[in-house]
Design a protein around this ligand. Structure first.
Ligand SMILES: [Fe+2]
Length: 213
């Protein structure tokens, strides 16, 4: 698996490239900024972008999906619960949009990308598991979590989503949607030790920490 973490735009966003070395197909995860930079990296790696997967509906992750899909003919994948929001950013009627849900697998040659629905930051927020890498969007950051005070946000749902992620192996690496930590990526086990929100085992502790109790 070819994998690149790509810093993009003025808001410390990361886009990601997942590529299959055999079929030379690539997926771009999140397309908020700097489409040409993403295309150039794929050209360097001799990969063809066939899929764009969006972790959630916020503009800093989706506003360039239309441009990227139009330039590459890639299909766009997004969770059904964020479909209406994301649709506003995709104006080209020729772009193929596929709605995905929890436990679906998006295939990239022989690579299987598992979709984990993690609502809380937005209703259709997803994490993507590809081999030992978990792309967490704005659900889980290094030592932090996504906001729940934006439209569609839900703190209790985010708590439940984080419990789902805690069940993954400690050595799974996590790759967030923003570069907000001291380091650009971490592991599930590492976050269990240092992320105060991820450490919470009860809703009460979690809501307390968010200042909601
Ligand atoms: Fe977001």
């Amino acid at each position: 698996m070819i994998f690149r973490q790509v810093p993009v735009g003025p808001m410390q966003n990361f886009s990601y490239l997942i590529g299959d070395g055999n079929s030379r197909e690539a997926a771009i995860v999140d397309a908020g900024w700097e489409v040409d930079k993403l295309i150039d990296i794929c050209n360097e790696e001799k990969l063809k972008i066939t899929k764009i997967i969006l972790t959630h509906s916020h503009y800093d992750h989706v506003q360039k999906a239309d441009e990227l899909a139009s330039k590459t003919n890639a299909a766009v994948y997004l969770h059904e619960s964020d479909f209406n929001e994301i649709k506003k950013a995709i104006r080209n009627p020729n772009i193929k949009i596929t709605k995905i849900k929890d436990n679906d697998e998006v295939k990239l040659g022989k690579i299987k990308i598992k979709i984990i629905h993690t609502p809380g930051h937005s209703p259709g927020a997803i994490c993507l598991l590809a081999e030992n890498r978990l792309l967490t969007g704005d659900t889980l950051f290094v030592d932090a979590i996504g906001r729940t005070d934006l439209p569609g946000g839900d703190s209790i749902k985010l708590f439940e989503s984080l419990q789902k992620l805690k069940k993954l192996d400690d050595n799974i690496e996590i790759y967030p949607g923003h570069d907000y930590g001291d380091v650009p990526f971490s592991t599930i086990g590492g976050e269990k030790k240092t992320n105060p929100y991820f450490k919470c085992d009860t809703k009460e502790q979690f809501l307390n920490l968010l200042g909601m109790f």
